[in-house]
Write a protein that binds this ligand. Structure first.
Ligand code: TXA
Ligand code: MG
Length: 325
């Protein structure tokens, strides 16, 4: 596997790998993506294979802009208003597949809808432009592991399963894109992410929350039902207001309980955007020998806190494989 700093030459090389049906890991503003040609079924199959995904979850296709999206999905007035406000950026829209759309059926898991977004990261944009086709990309990690926000994370998780990694430095948003389904009567938030519910509602009015997303803090207390997706090796304890000496603490804000073996702060000033950007890096940093459990301070359930708490609940959910012993 080759790790390359982005330049005209390395982006052209990556684009040519993509056109050949090979995979390339690349930075987006949210997390690193494991990219393949979204119109090539075998390339998309290779993505699932490299990730070790147990099922074929549908993937997001990445395009440059609304004009690029219109080639593959049935566009709408709501989509247009959202794209004007949020694209390029961390908002994924689920729209009906356009007649004759060349997006791989495997990429959409056979659904008649397509998830599509225009990333704002300049390296992602350069790669899409150079490849001349949409890029299907889930987060560039093995299934069930913490999402990568640095090129090193990708290399550790995927190793030789990916021929090339474009190293664009740390991801600025740090959590995945918001996924919004525009095929329901009222648009439905399927996954909280980098674009906040509040900002979306300012543009299109009230949206519905998928049943999988709790609306208040109460549901944070029962993570048992959730599928484990963003899983550190160590158990994760949420809403920690005190800690024990064998714990690593993921703190938030200026009030930090004393006594943990190791403490990292998502944001000393309590800034949710800073916390999102640090989330996966600090979760990884606390997931290390000597630490019995990762304790996480309460995070407010507003703005980006919705996405942060969603990822933390998944990190805390036991996936039933018993691998936490
Ligand atoms: O920030 C991101 O979105 C990153 C970067 C690389 O762009 N990508 C990412 O992809 O997180 P992935 O595969 O981990 O998540 C895709 C999400 C899943 O929740 C999936 O269920 C949903 O999008 N999705 C994809 N296609 C869909 C569809 N047709 N209908 C409903 N949900 C869909
Ligand atoms: Mg993922």
């Amino acid at each position: 596997m080759k790790v390359a700093l982005p330049s005209a030459e390395t982006v052209a090389e990556a684009a040519s790998l993509l056109r050949d049906g090979k995979l390339v890991a690349f930075p987006t503003e949210t997390v690193y993506g494991l990219g393949g040609d979204a119109t090539n079924e075998r390339a998309v199959a290779a993505i699932f294979e490299a990730k070790g995904r147990p099922q074929f979850n549908p993937l997001i296709s990445h395009v440059l802009d609304a004009a690029g999206a219109r080639q593959f999905v049935r566009w709408s007035e709501t989509a247009e208003r959202l794209a004007v406000r949020f694209w390029p950026g961390p908002l994924t829209l689920v729209l009906p597949r356009a007649e004759g759309s060349s997006i791989s059926l495997l990429a959409t898991a056979g659904l008649d809808t397509v998830a599509i977004r225009a990333p704002s990261h300049p390296v992602a944009q350069a790669l899409i432009r150079a490849a001349g086709r949409p890029i299907a990309a889930p987060s560039a990690n093995r299934s069930g592991a913490v999402s990568p926000t640095r090129a090193e994370h990708v290399a550790e998780s995927l190793g030789e399963r990916v021929p090339m990694i474009l190293d664009g430095g740390p991801c600025l948003v740090g959590v995945e894109s918001t996924v919004l389904d525009l095929t329901t009567a009222t648009p439905t938030l399927l996954r909280p992410g980098g674009a906040t519910r509040e900002a979306i509602e300012q543009v299109i009015g009230p949206i519905a929350l998928s049943d999988a997303i709790p609306s208040g803090n109460a549901a944070l207390k029962s993570p048992g039902q959730l599928k484990s997706h963003y899983a550190p090796e160590r158990p994760v304890r949420l809403d920690a207001t005190s800690v024990s000496p064998d714990e690593g603490l993921l703190a938030f804000g200026p009030d930090v309980p004393a006594g943990a073996m190791l403490t990292y702060n998502l944001s000393l000033t309590g800034d949710l955007a800073e916390a999102a950007a640090n989330l996966f890096t600090l979760l990884r940093a606390l997931d290390r020998p000597g630490i019995g459990c990762i304790a996480v301070a309460p995070i407010p359930q507003t703005g980006l806190g919705l996405a942060i708490n969603d990822r933390l609940r998944r990190a805390a959910a036991d996936d039933g494989t018993g691998r936490r012993g």
